[in-house]
Design a protein around this ligand. Sequence first.
Ligand code: FAD
Length: 439
Amino acid sequence: MKQYDITIVGGGASGMAAAIAASRSGASVCLIERMETAGKKILATGNGRCNYTNLSISTEYYHSRHTRSVARVLETFGSREAMDFFRELGVEPVSRNGYVYPRSFQAASVRDALTAELDFLGVDMMTCSRVVRVSPVHNGYALTVKTYPLRPDAGKKKRKPKPDLSAAPDIRKIRSGAVILACGGKAAENLGSDGSGYLLAKELGHSVRPVVPALNGLRCKEDYFKQVAGVRTEGTVRLFIDGILQDCQAGEIQMTENGISGIPVFQLCSLACRGLLEKKKVQCVLDFFPEWSEAECEDFFTRRLKRLSGRSEQAFFNGLLPEKLMALCAALSDFHPDGQKTSGQQKESLKRFVRLVTHFPATIVASRGFDQAQACSGGVLLNEVRMPYCESVYHPGLYIIGELLDADGACGGYNLHWAWATGILSGTHAAKRKRDTSC
Ligand SMILES: Cc1cc2nc3c(=O)[nH]c(=O)nc-3n(C[C@H](O)[C@H](O)[C@H](O)COP(=O)(O)OP(=O)(O)OC[C@H]3O[C@@H](n4cnc5c(N)ncnc54)[C@H](O)[C@@H]3O)c2cc1C
C-alpha cells in the first residue's frame, strides 16, 4: 500500500495550491483528481482569462454563516500574497479596475504554471481517480481510490481523452498522515466538481449547509422576457425576499429567453436561491434609469413628450434604451406617445410607463441550475474547521478547503482567491504538523 505524508483529494485550484505549499514545506504529497487532468475548471475561468484575485479583498465580498472565520483566512492571505505566489511561478499580474489577471490574459498560463510546479516538486499525481472513502486510522487516514482507464477511443476522431466510467476501475488503498479535502462544490460538473466532497465530509462527521447555485442567471415567471431575449442594458437590480429589500446591484443587465442574467444578477443569485430554498417569495425589481428618481424620470418624459410632439412613436423612444425593451415597456403600460388619447389618459399611461421602466418586475422561480453556475453557496460549516488553516475540529490532520466550505465570493476573483488562500494555508500547516509530530 502506498503511503504519503499528505494526500489531497481534488486537483482543482485549491488542491493544486495546497499540494505546492505542502511539497515546498518538505512533505511527500499525492494529489488525486477524478478528471483526466488537473485544473480543468481554471481554464474556463474569467472567460478564459482567469480573474484570479482582486486588489480589494475583504469579507464584504463573501457570503458565509461565519464571517469571522472568513476574515481569519483573508487577513492571513490577501491579494498581495496571491500575486506573490503566482509571480514566483512566473505569472505576472495585471489589474483591470482591481480585478487581477495573468498578464497574458490567458487562464492556461495559470493552470500550466501550477502543473509545471507540481511536476518540478515531484508531487505524485493520480488522474482519472476518484476517492470514494476517507477513513481515520491509527496515525492518519486510509483512502479508497477508484482509478478508471482512459476511454479506448481517446485521441481518435478528435475525441478528447476522458476516463471510461463504464470500465471496471482499479481499486486501491492509500495511507496518508494527513488528508486535504479539496473536491470543490457541485457547480459546472462537466469541469470536475460533482458534489462528492460533501458526502466525504459528511461521512467524516461534518455538517454541510444546504448548497445552492451562486453566480448564475435567474429564471422568471413572466413570459415577456422572451420578447427581449438578448437585450443588454445598464441598470440596477434590487432583490426582495418576502417583500424585504436584501441587496441592490448595478451593472449590465442581460435579458434571456426566460429571465435575467449579467453581473448584477450573478451577484444576487445565491441570496435569491436561498430564498427559494426556504420557500419564500423572491422578486427582483429592475431600474433602467437608476440615475433619476421616479419623479425626475416622469418629469423627463413629460418634457420629452412636449419637445417631440407630432413626431412618430419611434422618434419618441429612440436613443434611450434598446429598442426591443422600450417597445415592451410601452406595450405593457399601454403608452403610445403619438396616440389620439386625451391628455388625461396620456398622463396616466405615461405614469404607468415611468413606473415600469424604474420598477420592472421579475418574479424569480429558479436559477439556471448548478451546471450553469460558476460557484456554490453553502457547504461545510466554517465553525467546524480551525481557521485560518482549515483543519477539522473533529479529526486532527484532516483539512477541508476551497469551495467545499461555506464561503462563496462575488464576481471579481474572490472565489479563486479563497481557493488559493485556503489551499496554501492548509498545505503549509499540514506539512508543519507532520514535521512537528515526527520530531
Ligand atoms: C465558468 C466558470 C468561470 C469562473 N470564473 C472565475 C473567475 O474568473 N474568478 C474566480 O475567482 N472564480 C471563478 N470561478 C469559480 C472558481 O473557478 C471556483 O470557485 C474554484 O475553482 C474553486 O476551487 P476548488 O479547488 O475549491 O474547486 P474546483 O476548482 O472545482 O476543483 C475541485 C476538483 O476536485 C475534483 N474532485 C471532486 N471530487 C473528487 C473526488 N471524490 N476524488 C478526486 N477528485 C475529485 C474535481 O474533478 C475538481 O478538479 C469560475 C467558475 C466557473 C465554472
